[in-house]
Design a protein around this ligand. Structure first.
Ligand code: HEC
Length: 287
């Protein structure tokens, strides 16, 4: 063990400037936390994807994380006494002024290290961290935008970039308190209504030849809402339901990918494939 550390610390690797915590635990944590990155060597704020079932918790512990902000639509599953978890679902279309203020409140008041995560860790989580840190005055707008660059945030989510550009410093008194207590999207009928809303927006966009610049963000929202809808229902105990649910999410994710790639004909085909999976499940489980 010591020998390995000695080797790692020898040139050309060097250990002059180890991030806190050390590189070894950070790389172990990467297995449990997809797309993990520390936003800044000076700040105890990390972003990434949804903790991997099983090893994600250990990874959070290895990093010494004290607080988690979940900006994915899915509420955090794990609960422990030692980590505070706040659920603040964000859309792909952008972070509004109220949400920006709430993020400033959270980033400025939660105990650090903080882990901010969405599903993949590349779009909403970096945007949330950037907006939060600009609003607390810890970062400039340019630093915020550079986090999006480094994270590979997709250009198609223009609203996320715009939110970081538009963010400004907020005094503590102007940051709305947020604790996630009012988030309620677990009832299948309620979340299905949100699914339908995203679906109808996409239907509209498809009729207009996908010219709407928000179509990729809307498809991403659909994927997200479908995941939430199906995650928590007891219908999941039925194997056929689970298969239909997974098929629907997969088709919607394919639609998102072709919209991101700007492939319109393929997107229309994929949209119709999504619709077929909605009906297949309703025929069997709803009607
Ligand atoms: C894996 C199964 C499944 C898939 C896939 C599915 N749904 Fe549903 N959906 C349900 C079930 C079950 C209900 C009834 C929920 C209830 O009433 O408790 C429902 C209800 C609904 C409702 C009525 C909500 C209300 O207000 O009561 C709408 C609208 C809806 N789904 C739209 C969609 C759309 C659009 C898609 C595809 C993008 C979709 N669903 C995919 C299972 C599914």
């Amino acid at each position: 063990m010591y020998l390995i550390l000695l080797v790692l610390c020898a040139p050309p690797f060097g250990c002059d400037d180890p991030p806190v915590p050390g590189p070894a635990s950070a790389s172990a944590a990467r297995d449990g936390l997809p797309n993990l990155q520390r936003v800044d060597p000076e700040l105890d704020v990390w972003v990434g994807g949804q903790p991997h079932p099983g090893i994600g918790e250990a990874a959070l512990a290895a990093l010494g994380i004290r607080s988690v902000i979940v900006v994915d639509a899915l509420a955090p599953l794990a609960d422990s006494d030692s980590i505070v978890r706040v659920h603040m679902p964000l859309k792909y279309s952008g972070i509004d002024a109220m949400e920006s203020g709430q993020l400033a409140h959270l980033v400025g008041s939660l105990e650090r290290p903080i882990y901010i995560h969405c599903h993949h860790g590349t779009n909403r989580a970096p945007a949330a961290a950037a907006v939060g840190l600009v609003c607390t005055g810890e970062w400039s707008n340019e630093q915020g935008l550079s986090l999006l660059e480094r994270s590979g945030t997709d250009d198609a989510f223009k609203g996320l970039f715009e939110s970081v550009r538009a963010a400004g410093v907020l005094k503590k008194a102007d940051r709305p308190v947020y604790d996630g207590a009012s988030v309620r999207i677990e009832d299948l009928a309620v979340s299905m209504a949100a699914v339908d809303d995203a679906f109808l927006e996409l239907e509209q966009a498809s009729k207009q030849g996908w010219l709407d610049a928000d179509a990729p963000a809307e498809a991403a929202r659909l994927v997200d809402l479908l995941r939430v809808s199906f995650e928590r229902t007891s219908l999941n105990e039925d194997l056929l339901f689970r298969k239909l649910a997974e098929g629907c999410i997969e088709r919607a994710a394919e639609l998102e990918a072709s919209l991101l790639a700007g492939e319109r004909d393929l997107s229309l085909k994929r949209f119709m494939a999504v619709e077929a999976t909605c009906s297949a499940c309703h025929d069997r489980f709803r009607n």
